[in-house]
Design a protein around this ligand. Sequence first.
Ligand code: URA
Length: 263
Amino acid sequence: MAPAVHGSAEDAAHTRLQKVLARAGFGSRRVCDDLIGDGRVTVDGEIAVLGQRIDPEVAVVAVDGVRVGSAPGLVHYALNKPAGVVTTASDPQGRPTVLELVPAEPRVFAVGRLDLDTEGLLLLTNDGDLAQALTHPSHGVDKEYLAEVEGEPGPGALRALRQGVELDDGRTAPATVGVVSPGVLRIVIHEGRNRQVRRMCETVGHPVRRLVRTRIGPFSDRSLRPGQFRVLTPAEVRSLGVAAAGGGARDEGGPSAAPSAPL
Ligand code: URA
């Protein structure tokens, strides 16, 4: 393998790699030097070396094979989708769409979809690779929902939800299900089937009254108001990439983001 180029007069104006990593949230420069020294960092596919300088605008930097930061032109938004807004790009019935809640340029698309009446966290991006990785069923990025349901599910219903429910398109995978308060469930699933949480709850006799997505993989944000969006930080984009690559799915218990109003 050709050694990575560094330290020449030509790239002296560029930024030190450890500084780029530190800015992207990998820790102190010392920690970043260790990452480089351990051979975990690549620049344009080549293993990086200590002291290397790069042009952060053009270099593709990766740690453990996952790209750091965004390629130029890529945008990543987190939106708190309100009820009554469709996730499709346009709606024949003229209902408001999620695309009307984020900047029109550059053009983005939703990562997966939420039903018309489902609220909460939705990612929008023009980053096809990340979107594909996050939505690919085999990657198992977990998604957390708070579901207000009819009645109070008893042990049998909770067990069924946890173990898997027979739906018309097959049995659901095991889910994490907790009772937040009477009639309010916290449900974490790894699949992304159409209306999955609603169908699961209906099948066990407790139809959903209100559904809010509160977390996608490692990402949640309690501060977004309904209809509000924000740009993800490079570190957040990276953590989603790591989760989609199989390293970050987690379920540490307890709702991680508040619904827009008390359930
Ligand atoms: N499950 C549902 O039933 N609806 C959604 O919008 C998302 C997950």
